[in-house]
Design a protein around this ligand. Structure first.
Ligand code: FNR
Length: 382
């Protein structure tokens, strides 16, 4: 209602409301390179589309007369209470989207109490993000480097700067076939411009003969050698366990058998995701993968999801199919491109307001009440 009341005094410079309008405005302000870096997907972008289609194929059946005057959006994860089931997804190299990059998106998260997941590939060191966020909740996303010293160093730095969980992204042992980035010859620029979190890491720096400032090309070359680790196996999870007591979440799980392995190897949570359709073109839509993964997990550890969350009703559908919370990626980046910190804040605020309204309109007093009965028969899964 706070949001509707501002409509009596419409400001011609008002920021966009819908996801589509944010994207359109971001397209106006970004050059081709950064725009397609955010908006693009792998290959023919079939999975990127499948992510959105999966949400459209699920239909909600609202319930009536259930006293929805008071509504509780909060969730609990790993002993912490968060104000809503929305988290900000890890996104790398944000300085190419807005000069304030991760600092702006992290501060927007902090203002909203929305957990911020800082990417390994952040443009700025993770300590700087932490400093700007104060006590606000934050997790660290780990790209598991081929160099174990760098992996261990990232985890140590995250612990020391107040990140309260480690999200290991499994779906990117190498960068996918991304046709837009190839066309725009964008990857070398991306690395050179923005992986400040690596270029400030003591273990990374110790492997270079000259600093990245003195010899940027050598630093970029080394980064390309150590970024991904296609040799990883499930047994490597033990290495991570030895290096941290923080909760460990695996991001990028789609197959129920992998969900079972995640349980066997003793991780604390998983994130069902196909990286926003940016890795395997032709992979299943993330929402379609969610029910079978949740059946395999059987409530033993929390399951989060991302890839395609755009509106409040999408969050309801993800929770109905078993997710405890959702991560939002591109919408925040369009907010960042258009209006920096304020833009990201507005995108998050709108999504959470939409969720709150839709929660009430579907007859729920709390997000914890949402289950499969909120949806029509679940469509046949692949
Ligand atoms: C990503 N994503 C990502 N994931 C990750 O674990 N580490 C990273 O550094 C990045 N970087 C990144 C950059 C950009 C531009 C995008 C769009 C995405 C994936 C991200 O965390 C998330 O899985 C998806 O963005 C979710 O899909 P939606 O919300 O964008 O549809």
């Amino acid at each position: 209602y706070q949001i509707y009341s501002t409509m009596s005094n419409p400001d011609p410079n008002r920021l966009p409301v819908s996801y589509e309008a944010w994207e359109e405005k971001a397209r106006d302000v970004l050059e081709d390179g950064p725009y397609y870096y955010v908006a693009g997907g792998a290959g023919g972008e079939n999975t990127m589309k499948a992510n959105l289609d999966a949400f459209q194929q699920q239909k909600i059946i609202p319930r009536m007369l259930r006293n929805v005057e008071e509504r509780d959006l909060s969730i609990e994860l790993f002993g912490q209470t968060y104000p809503s089931p929305v988290l900000q997804a890890p996104i790398g190299v944000q300085s190419i989207i807005h000069p304030e990059g991760e600092i702006a998106s992290a501060k927007a998260s902090a203002e909203m109490g929305v957990p911020y997941i800082a990417s390994s590939a952040s443009s700025v060191p993770m300590e700087k993000i932490a400093e700007e966020m104060g006590d606000a909740p934050r997790w660290f996303q780990l790209y598991w480097s081929k160099d174990p010293d760098i992996t261990a160093s990232f985890v140590r730095r995250a612990e020391q700067s107040g990140y309260s969980a480690i999200v290991v992204t499994l779906d990117t042992p190498m960068m996918a076939w991304r046709e837009d980035d190839l066309k725009n010859v964008y990857l070398p620029f991306l690395i050179g411009e923005g992986v400040g979190n690596y270029f400030s890491d003591p273990a990374f720096l110790s492997k270079l003969e000259k600093s990245p400032k003195e010899d940027p090309n050598a630093a970029i070359m080394y980064w390309t050698q150590i970024f991904g680790n296609p040799g990883l196996t499930w047994d490597d999870i033990a290495f991570l366990r030895e290096h941290t007591n923080l909760p460990i979440l695996l991001k990028g799980i789609l197959h129920p058998e992998d969900a079972i392995l995640a349980l066997e190897y003793g991780v604390d949570g998983i994130i069902v995701s196909n990286h926003g359709g940016r890795q395997v073109d032709g992979a299943q839509g993330a929402l379609d993968a969610l029910p079978r993964v949740c059946e395999a997990i059987h409530d033993q550890i929390p399951v989060l999801m991302d890839s395609g969350i755009r509106r409040g009703s999408d969050v309801i559908k993800a929770l109905a199919l078993g997710a405890k919370g959702v991560l939002v990626g591109r919408p925040c980046m369009y907010g960042l491109a258009v209006a920096g910190q304020q833009g990201v804040k507005e995108v998050l605020q709108n999504l959470i307001a939409d969720l709150d309204i839709t929660l009430g309109l579907t007859g729920h007093q709390a997000v914890s009440e949402i289950d499969r009965s909120a949806l029509c028969e679940v469509k046949a899964e692949v």
